[in-house]
Ligand binder design. Structure first.
Ligand code: PMP
Length: 421
């Protein structure tokens, strides 16, 4: 058992540090679907950390691949004409898996950077094609597209946008599941002023909302009709989370760009990127588009790429995409069994290994801290779930078993029981 140096210097993302200082949850070790705290207590990781540990924790094969790569070439940039074998290999492999013809892969260090890359590239594409007036970027209410500059401007969770002064100009949000709202916004602005529409296939951090049937197909069609770039933000939905490599194949979509991160390495090392379809890549790869003057120091980092390749090996060899597909029904059924609970308002999910249990409206009205309190009550019963607005979210590693899914719902039920006492 390691004793954590519970210090006072680490500023936690999205946390009110005046509260967190008093009580922290220190994770010291993880194996498979289990994590351990600094008191040696074991918890089922019902959230795969922050939606990313798709292959589960402690995979020797991924660790060894990263270590071997570090001994050979730990890090080197891929700016300009520099490259390295692992970055090339990873890009080729991802391009082969992507549901896009002749895909090109721009690598970043996380999802937020991937979003900012895609947003800049969307505008630059139109500028280089002679349409610099196509600047508007459309997105959905409640969308989460990371916390970098452009992603903050594009995002739809209002609390994440306030207090930072002027954000991205020409960012326009449309109602979450309303294809007509997108069409009306395009008509109001004029398609000739719109660069791109960004959408998460399953809206994640904004409350876990799977798309209404037909919605994604309809918005993809509207984009195609108006020559607007369709960008799928598959940072959560990729690498098996909804049973497919890039999420969007599930709906038969072929976006112009796909942003990814998280499950691409199962989080063993930080990585994100953008799959760029032929249409957007063409002016830069074969035409007169010139350089895309954009990139992060660690783009194409060989050790990170080696970890990603080993992670893809694990996902493939253990058929974890199919497994996610097979377990989505049982997970949803298990969560649905909580639907009648007096502390529960609504249960959402049924698309991949993603689910949310919304607390009952009276409970939320009574106690503004009900969601974090419920999360703690569940954690005290040995299962980690995630507070997400008015709900508790579940997104376990794809290696979870049906009986372990039962442990998640047992802890949720008992934790929610305790909320009523
Ligand atoms: N897009 C989506 C849909 C996400 O869920 C996230 C992270 N949760 C991001 C972008 C940002 O990714 P990162 O935190 O790696 O910057």
């Amino acid at each position: 058992m390691t004793t954590a140096p519970h210090g006072t210097a680490l500023w936690h993302p999205f946390a009110d540090m005046s509260e967190v200082k008093a009580e922290q949850f220190c994770v010291t070790r993880a194996e498979g679907v289990w994590i351990y705290d600094d008191r040696g207590r074991r918890y089922l990781d019902g959230t795969a950390s922050l939606w990313y540990a798709n292959a589960g924790h402690g995979r020797t094969e991924i660790i060894e691949a990263a270590a071997a790569q570090m001994r050979e070439l730990a890090a080197y940039s891929v700016f300009n004409d520099f490259t390295n074998p692992r970055a090339e290999e990873l890009a080729t492999r991802l391009a082969g898996l992507a549901p896009v013809d002749d895909a090109k892969i721009f690598l970043t260090t996380g999802g937020g950077e991937a979003i900012d890359t895609a947003a800049k590239l969307a505008r630059l594409y139109w500028a280089r094609r002679g349409h610099p007036e196509r600047t508007h970027i459309l997105s959905r209410g409640s969308a989460y597209h990371g916390t970098n500059g452009l992603g903050t401007g594009i995002g739809g969770i209002e609390a994440n946008r306030t207090g930072f002064g002027a954000l991205l100009p020409d960012a326009v949000r449309v109602a979450r599941d309303d294809a007509d709202a997108l069409r009306e916004t395009v008509e109001r602005l004029g398609a000739e002023r719109v660069a791109a529409f960004f959408a998460e296939p399953v809206l994640g951090a904004g409350g876990l909302h799977p798309p209404e049937p037909g919605y994604l197909e309809a918005v993809a069609k509207i984009c195609a009709e108006h020559d607007i770039l369709f960008v799928a933000d598959s940072v959560i939905c990729g690498f098996g989370r909804v049973g497919t490599w890039f999420g969007v194949e599930r709906w038969g979509l072929r976006p112009d760009m796909i942003t990814f991160a998280k499950g691409v390495t199962s989080g063993y090392l930080p990585l994100g990127g953008v799959v760029v379809g032929d249409r957007v890549a063409e002016p830069f790869w074969r035409g007169t588009g010139g350089a895309f003057r954009h990139g992060a120091t660690y783009s194409g980092h060989p050790t990170v790429a080696a970890a990603a390749l080993a992670n893809l090996d694990v996902l493939e060899r253990e058929s974890l995409l199919r497994r996610a597909d097979e377990l989505e029904g049982p997970l949803h059924e298990a969560l649905r069994s909580l639907a009648g609970h007096p502390a529960v308002g609504e249960v959402r999910g049924g698309t991949g290994l993603l689910g949310a249990v919304e607390l009952a409206p009276d409970l939320l009205a009574e106690d503004p801290g009900a969601v974090p309190r419920a999360q703690r009550a569940v954690r005290d019963r040995g299962v980690v779930v995630r507070p997400l607005g008015t709900a508790l979210a579940v997104s376990p590693p794809l290696t979870i078993t049906e009986s372990e899914i039962g442990l998640i719902t047992d802890a949720l039920r008992e934790g929610l029981d305790a909320m009523l006492r």
